[in-house]
Design a protein. Sequence first.
Length: 132
Amino acid sequence: WLVGSWKGMYDGKPFYEAWRQPHDSVLINYSIEIKETDTIIQRVGTIHLRGQGIFLGTDSIYWKLSTLSGEEIIFKNDTLPYSRIIYWKHTPEDHWYTKLTHPGGKISEYDLVKQAELDNYVTEFINNNQQK
């Protein structure tokens, strides 16, 4: 359910991201920034197998998978100064609910909705960057 393009809101402003699965052992995360008539896409992280674990993030900043079911995913890293627990839930309305737990118990929550109209932009970005 995670694969696709998504829109959420943060401080009253929209944010966009996309996930793609090029093969069985990795999902790639892209940030999408829309500025007037320009769409800027960047690869920002992955969910990948490493050793005996599954991790979200980059080589230097990551969270380890602690729970996985058909509708819920939880990643944890108690050593980070921010977002130590990342909780994702796929809702019956096909939304992606996110809850981030920060040090001191602060919580951030987001409700993301599918944005299929961005899928072609992400696919074009991936195809253009594979040829380089």
